[in-house]
Write a protein that binds this ligand. Sequence first.
Ligand SMILES: *Cc1c(COP(=O)(O)O)cnc(C)c1O
Length: 341
Amino acid sequence: MEKKNLDWANLSFGYIKTDKRFVANYKDGAWDEGVITEDDKVVLSECAGVLQYAQTCFEGMKAYETKDGKVVIFRPDLNAQRMEDSAKRLEMPVFPQDKFIKAVADVVKANESWVPPYGSGATLYIRPYMFGSNPVIGVKPADEYQFRILVTPVGPYFKGGAKPITIKVSDFDRAAPHGTGHIKAGLNYAMSLHPIVTAHEEGYAENMYLDAATRTKVEETGGANFIFITKDATLVTPKSDSILPSITRRSLTYVAEHYLGMKVEHREVLFDEVKDFAECGLCGTAAVISPVGKIVDHGKEICFPSGMEKMGPTIQKLYDTLTGIQQGTIEAPEGWIYEIK
Ligand SMILES: *Cc1c(COP(=O)(O)O)cnc(C)c1O
């Protein structure tokens, strides 16, 4: 199929309207079959549950072309499971996991000409999302829901290589103990907008959030999990019930252990020990890994030995191995690469 005529390598991480999207509706206690449609507009009651009480959750994944011309997605079963977990926590109906994966594949297929070519660095970002659609004014879950999947081509996250970023320790909290930090709820992002706008104004790329209860332990940023590398090359990832379980982080942990023979630890990480790590990175679907060069804690700087010029050597190895697996140049563990065509 002929590709759209886009300047793939220079796309930003922004929305471009593509040809087709998936829409399913939940009514009278059941999901309909859903359709692939050209209609990009959502028409809702002025009193829709999502508009009044933010009853909405989402997922983020990507489709891309491999070296041998296949179109694939990465571990969609984990997105389907996480969307189920998010829906349950928000009292929303679960969209069945097998149908979720099929719908994702159908939307990608329907927009095949929008899948960026291999080697461009760009990907087709996939956004499944669900929201309460009928009128709700007394506080309760909606009775009707819409589940949609849109796709949009996005450019390489780092143009001209991944430069380490500087982040700050935030005075705001991202998630409360026993709250909704572990699910992909829209509300988690709404409340993070003020902290991130403030951080950007101050010249920082991201916020490091600490645990809300004691402010002594590392949680995550607004949209990415932390990974740390010790001086003897152990991968350490923070553990907390209010961290969003990143699929990238879980995949990197597997890669570290089974491909690179590294020691891995998933445990509570005190902010006080961060200064002793050799490397630090942020991980998520969009960038895979963003290296962190410096963390500023109220004027006190933690500068990692890996510096501000390039990724540290161990994070670079993790990055190269995982992206190699994703692109089909390194053999993937069973079930990681889901072929669409
Ligand atoms: C989506 C998300 C991540 C990254 O998860 P991936 O599955 O790796 O894309 C990390 N933190 C938060 C808060 C998120 O919403």
